[in-house]
Design a protein around this ligand. Structure first.
Ligand code: 26V
Length: 822
């Protein structure tokens, strides 16, 4: 077959080699002798991309001719991670490509390392969207992911003198081989101005929006491969540009500089991703971004529908749109506007279509993270949408009044407008009222939604509330990131079906006590720890011993509710114990952290400084550094995450119960054989249920106990004075030991703990220490530890994002797979 295989699509080793050399020459214009590492990467990327396009076009054809129902995932963030290795795996050519590379004398690993990842997201929410895109294609659901093509993604983090320093992320600097620009797929997006009410030719009341600014959104398409199937879905990201006509008009008037200025202003809209937790997050530009990508996406959906199926009455049968948090919630008003103002649909019909189209996923209960926009800003930027939201609200509140006679307090609580202190639009309420289904992202979180945040809405329409527990893709987070483990699993199971059917990992259970498997399991883990140790030596300057040390890892955004400082207090406790008794025979541990802090979140940045300050003292103290070391991995992102998950013995999931909606890092660690030390929060609860309580290290208060303690009046001061060791750990920070005698540096942190402690670090401290001691005891018994580790992997099937997507498809979207052969 190989001799007449097409060099652009052939999957044989010979075709791949020929294609690679061709691409190096015809795309990069290079011979091997003079090619840079970047040239070598680009040639590989194009060789893989060529092989994706045929399947992509075929999928699009089949989807179009079968008029397949389609999911539109609306998300302001996609944290995709590097494409090359993942696409090789999903195409099923990872091994043959590696061999082709070897025969060409290429450094395969170095080529993979060369790729800069698109960091178009902050953390959990953006990475979830990326995992869901992978699973939608793999379980063969027609889907389009809509979002923003940020020119600058999440900032790069460097550590200077222990502090986080942000550098702008210039991921597009060397070009992006995975995207295809579609200059002809572009839509106008309007801002500002005023509305005019008039009657059309049929004497129907209509509204026209006269904006004072129009920009355009241009589509950039990235194909998303399913694993082991022919289905390829579409990720369509919008880039903001000045409209040609606007540009041209101004130019004709002779205002050349004005025209250039308008261009810059338009392009600003898709310039940069906003970090979470940012005080600047309430800014006008962010609302402009949200409306920008939503408007382009809804216009695109309407265009696609009119091109294929036809009448707008059936729009909701063709499409279901999932709102990834409230960031795209303005879509509810935008679809209403387009249907009524542009397509002359009546309010009642437009509303029926809108409510049948949208579904909303909530990702957080933290009050400070719930989006509201000032009515004044809306009026200035989106005057027509404000009218529509007022009308939605008026009709909705009338329903509430009829249902709950005389309960005006309830009416005020449920209103889309928060009237207390400066009127603001509650985007979560808009999303709920405009959707047919609402879901949380783990069982506990979904319950808390029903009993707290959206209690009134739940009482009114309980059938619309669901849970879909998050999942992660085993392709990227096992096969790509941990090939040694993947190979071992495949050998033990005797098949690689587990990659698409993660439940079949259960077959490992039967071997959990097998000493031979345990030994190999341990080798795989140690090899991954060695890889990480090499990387950390180079990039963090810390030497860790993969052979003797337990790798204890906490990697996630820095946030007080995630309680990295609880972890630090444990480290300080162990340090003090060792100082008091240098001959204490203890299990050596490497405490490893990774994570970014929002640039404006002072306390989170101080936590990074504290971790690095503690690391400096401990790593340089010869009395203890044979037993404990501390490392902070700079620039935790998808690529670096893939170095951490395989290397962890222990996964830290220690948020205050009730605060972490789900967590997904918890799943990635456990799937790679780490044991979890965790609270009963988010998906930890379900992980523990699956792997078995005896294979999970549980500590801390329940969400219920947290609530009770808060109601009683929590006094961290009492804990501080009631626990000698706790006091001495906090006092050691305050003493200046970790700050070269500066007793002020960490004061904001220690004082906050002693006097406020909103996330109850002090209340859970003792339970955490006791749990950590149990962990050390078990780690000392390798057979027991390895057995637990194997059982963790064996029982993680539930946490494949394939399962999550199947649940969405069946219970929320009512959509069937469209199988396409590979
Ligand atoms: C945003 C903000 C903005 C303002 C200040 C505080 C704050 C805190 C958090 C956020 C992010 C909320 C959205 C998010 O990323 N949620 C995460 O979603 C994951 C996927 O469902 C889930 O696993 C995490 O538990 C949840 O925190």
């Amino acid at each position: 077959a190989t001799s007449h295989e097409h060099t652009r699509t052939g999957m044989s080793k010979a075709s791949l080699k020929q294609a690679y050399i061709d691409n190096l020459f015809y795309i990069q214009g290079r011979f091997r002798e003079v090619a840079t590492p970047h040239d070598l990467y680009m040639a590989a990327a194009f060789t893989v991309r060529d092989r994706m396009l045929e399947r992509w076009v075929k999928s699009a054809q089949v989807y179009k001719s079968s008029r397949a129902r389609t999911v539109c995932y609306l998300s302001a963030e996609y944290l995709l991670g590097p494409h090359l290795a993942n696409n090789l795996v999903n195409l099923g050519i990872a091994e043959v490509a590696q061999r082709a590379g070897e025969e060409l004398d290429l450094d395969f690993k170095a080529i993979l390392e060369e790729e800069e990842e698109p960091g178009l997201g902050n953390g959990g929410l953006g990475r979830l969207a990326a995992c869901y895109m992978d699973s939608l294609a793999t379980v063969q659901i027609p889907a389009i992911g809509y979002g923003i093509r940020y020119e600058f993604g999440i900032f790069d983090q460097i550590i200077e003198d222990g502090w986080q320093v942000e550098r702008s992320d210039t991921w597009l600097r060397n070009g992006n081989p995975w995207e295809i620009p579609r200059p002809k797929i572009s839509f106008p997006v309007m801002y500002g101005g005023h509305t005019e009410h008039y009657r059309d030719q049929a004497e129907r009341p209509r509204v026209r929006w006269i904006p004072d600014m129009v920009i355009s959104g241009v589509a950039y398409d990235t194909p998303v491969l399913g694993y082991g199937v022919g289905n390829v879905n579409l990720l369509r990201l919008w880039k903001a540009e000045a409209t040609e006509s606007f540009d041209f008009q101004t130019f004709n008037v002779g205002d050349y500089y004005g025209a250039v200025h308008a261009k810059i202003e338009a392009e600003t809209i898709s310039k940069v991703l906003y970090p979470n937790d940012d005080p600047e997050a309430g800014k006008e530009l962010r609302l402009k971004q949200q409306y920008f990508f939503v408007s382009c996406s809804i216009q695109d959906m309407i265009r696609l529908h009119l091109n294929t199926v036809g009448p707008l009455e059936t729009f909701h049968e063709k499409f279901v749109a999932q709102l990834n948090d409230t960031h795209p919630a303005i879509a509810v008003a935008e679809l209403m506007r387009l249907l009524m103002d542009d397509h002359a649909v009546t309010w009642d019909d437009a509303w029926a279509t809108t409510r049948a189209t949208f579904c909303y996923t909530n990702h957080t209960l933290l009050p400070e993270a719930l989006e509201t926009w000032s009515v004044a800003l809306f009026e200035r930027l989106l005057p027509r949408h404000l009218e529509i939201i007022y009308e939605i609200n008026r009709r909705f509140l009338d329903e509430v009044r009829v249902r709950y006679l005389g309960d005006e307090e309830r009416v005020a609580r449920m209103s889309l407008i928060d009237e207390a202190g400066g009127r603001r639009i509650r985007m979560a309420h808009l999303a709920v009222v405009g959707s047919r289904a609402v879901n949380g992202v783990a069982a506990l979180h979904s319950e808390l939604i029903k009993t707290t945040l959206l209690k009134d809405f739940y009482e009114m329409a309980p059938e619309r509330f669901h849970n879909v527990t998050n999942g992660v893709t085993p392709r990227r987070f096992i096969v790509v990131s941990n090939p040694r483990l993947a190979e071992l699993i495949t050998e033990v199971c005797g098949h690689d079906r587990w990659i698409r059917d993660l439940d079949s990992l259960r077959e490992l259970e039967a071997h959990a006590d097998d000493p031979k498997l345990q030994a190999r399991w341990r080798e795989v883990k140690t090899a991954a720890k060695r890889d990480l140790a090499v990387w950390l030596k180079r990039h963090a300057g810390v030497l860790l011993d993969p052979q003797t040390m337990m790798f204890d890892i906490q990697a996630k955004r820095l946030h007080e509710y995630k309680r990295q400082h609880l972890n630090v207090l444990h480290i300080i406790r162990v340090y003090q114990r060792l100082k008091q008794n240098p001959n204490l025979g203890m299990v050596p541990r490497a405490f490893i952290f990774g994570g970014k802090a929002a640039p404006g979140y002072y306390m989170a940045k101080l936590m990074i400084k504290l971790i690095n300050a503690v690391a400096e003292v401990i790593n340089n103290d010869p009395q203890v550094n044979g037993y404990i070391r501390v490392a902070f991995m700079p620039d935790f992102n998808v690529k670096n995450g893939q170095r951490l998950y395989p290397a962890a013995d222990l996964s830290e999931q220690i948020s205050l119960a009730g605060k972490e909606a789900s967590g997904t890092g918890n799943m990635k660690f456990s799937m790679n054989g780490a044991l979890t030390v965790g609270t009963l929060d988010g998906a930890n609860i379900e992980i523990r249920e699956e792997v078995g309580a005896e294979n999970f290290f549980l500590f801390g208060m329940t969400a219920e106990e947290v609530r009770r303690k808060q109601d009683e009046g929590y006094r961290p001061w009492d804990y501080y004075h009631g626990d000698q060791e706790l006091k001495s750990d906090i006092d050691l920070i305050a003493s200046g030991l970790f700050s070269h005698g500066d007793t002020n540096l960490f004061r904001p942190l220690t004082e906050h703990l002693i006097h406020q402690d909103p996330f109850m670090v002090l209340a859970d401290y003792r339970a955490y220490l006791e749990c950590q001691d149990r962990i050390s005891t078990v780690y000392d018994r390798p057979a027991e530890w390895d057995r637990m580790s194997i059982l963790n992997v064996a029982r993680m099937g539930k946490f494949s994002s394939d399962r999550s997507i199947r649940e969405y498809a069946e219970r929320i979207w009512s959509i069937e797979p469209q199988p396409l052969g590979a």
